[in-house]
Design a protein around this ligand. Sequence first.
Ligand code: ADP
Ligand code: MG
Length: 640
Amino acid sequence: MSRVVILDESTANQIAAGEVIERPASVVKEMVENSLDANATSITVEILNGGIKSIKIVDNGDGIDADDVEMAFERYATSKIRCIDDLNQISTMGFRGEALASIASVSKVEVITKTEEAETGTRVVVEGGRVLSSEPVGAPKGTTFIVRELFYNTPARYKFLKKDSTEAGYIHDIITRIALARPDISMKLVNQGKTVIHTPGNHDLLSTIYSLFGKETARAVIPLELSQSGIEVSGYIGKPEISRGNRSLEMVFVNGRSVYNRIITAAIEDAYKTRLMQKRFPFTVLKLNISPEAVDVNVHPAKLEVRFSDEQLIYRTVNLAVTAALSEASLIQNVEEDSDHSKMYTFQAIPESEAEQVKMEESKPVGRLEQPGNSLTVAEYRKKEYSDYSAPEGFVNVKDKDAFTEEREQSREEIRDVVIPQNMQKANEVIQPPAKVSVPQVQDDRERLINAQIVGQAFESYIILEEEDDLFLIDQHAAHERIRFEKIKKQFTLENPFSQGLLSPLTVELTELEMQKFNELASYIKKLGFEAEAFGNRTVIVRAIPYLMGGSFSGRDFRDILEKLSQETKGVLEIIPEETIYMVACKSAIKANRSMSPMEIKGLLNDLVNTENPYTCIHGRPIIISISKKELDKKFKRIV
Ligand code: ADP
Ligand code: MG
């Protein structure tokens, strides 16, 4: 039997480092959080080889007293808390007192720091946790850390690192999120000598978005503002035109921290539901400020997962804020701006750990949400596919570590690639925002559509309108569907369906299973506008159908609707079956291309502007697009 020994301190620190420091991005995160805690207003991060070779963090914060510098590298050394009670009141970013010790134990660290009062600065060099030198040095106020050769003495960890460009991508993501959380701080990231991020630090979130994502994104966001029940929602959300193929830019901040939370994600995506195509995800910089009295916010030690004591309140508030912002904004897609940016900034998903997390949360009983118009419970939402949920790796939760480590047990070379933001590859070209960016005024599109001059109809499918300097093109079929969908939905919610009696009742043969569904869903079927009753064991007699449905109604249509309804409701009776309503609307909208008289077009426009969402069909396809005169002039080379 081996003898029991106490590990020496540097080994203990290396083990601890495994908990906190997984990769260069974790070093950056800990270090930048320290700079923020030290009241810095400007922080520059310079990396070489994805941060593996070196990470330099320069801040203009308070600095560290000469006497304290060496001690700051000790485990449990912190200037931020004194006893366990302080943990509950802590407002600073980091509070474990082990980041520096951990980092120093697995790398070569140099620090140069000076406080306001000190006459000279101090330079300390630490290697593998051992202090090599400490000396006075001339320095400006603030702190510079240089972390070289990360994991040089822990080859097992080194092996798990990914390609330089991948590691650089994680760092880019972390700096992006910190910059968005703190528009008051000027954040700079320099990768291989090229400045790839530089935010103004002018307290303006939109300018920060502009400098991080560019002009097109800044132009296509809608401000968010709602405050109720101790919860404040603010920030910006993207119009559907800047949606993307994964959740990497669905960014959420709770009390100043970038977090991942299923409830908030559900609330956001449900609000976008009929405005985005399937598998498209919104761009959001959504900030929640929650007073601790209102909702108990439980932050995971890794600080990325939050839990709320009142999930429904959070859901309702976020959903309302996003819905309100979307319904007020002009969402007509401009053909020129309708480009796909989703390739620009994509991080890989972590399916294993995600799956584990979803499984864990499912086992928790969750109540049904009361939000009208919302067809998913939180539990159901969680069951939805999360394979495309892509949390960048720097943000992996401690509890997911096993799955995560497994995933990494491949050599550095084999690992899948990460697409680095485009602007990262451009030499020294940083998008600088103008002094103040403003969101385009929300126009009253409804009024414009009503006032527009009807130019005509193309291909018996598209209506062409002219209004001031814009051409509008309307997909007449999609418009009809939207109008009928909203009418039927309204009648359904008000439990006031309009029906039309069939001249001769329709007899529909059902299977045993269909019959069972029919019996379970009888109340729903009635609310949709059907009058139908069982006739014998396997037959249903339909006497009336929803008013808007056309004359060519068949038994097959009835079975389709029954099937859709049972899929959508899964036996739960409180929801609004939007998909089924949409099916009824589709079955009733004029299918074939059809020429329309100006009077008919006028009528259609009138109905369309009276819908809640005249912009997209319920699957997010656009109903209206616009082309400006200027764009036409450009195309014809009248202007350049
Ligand atoms: P913690 O942040 O939990 O206190 P760390 O190991 O991250 O623990 O840092 C240890 C201490 O070093 C901090 O409490 C702080 O006093 C000091 N420190 C670290 N980085 C900076 C910085 N950039 N500016 C000023 N002080 C710093
Ligand atoms: Mg810290």
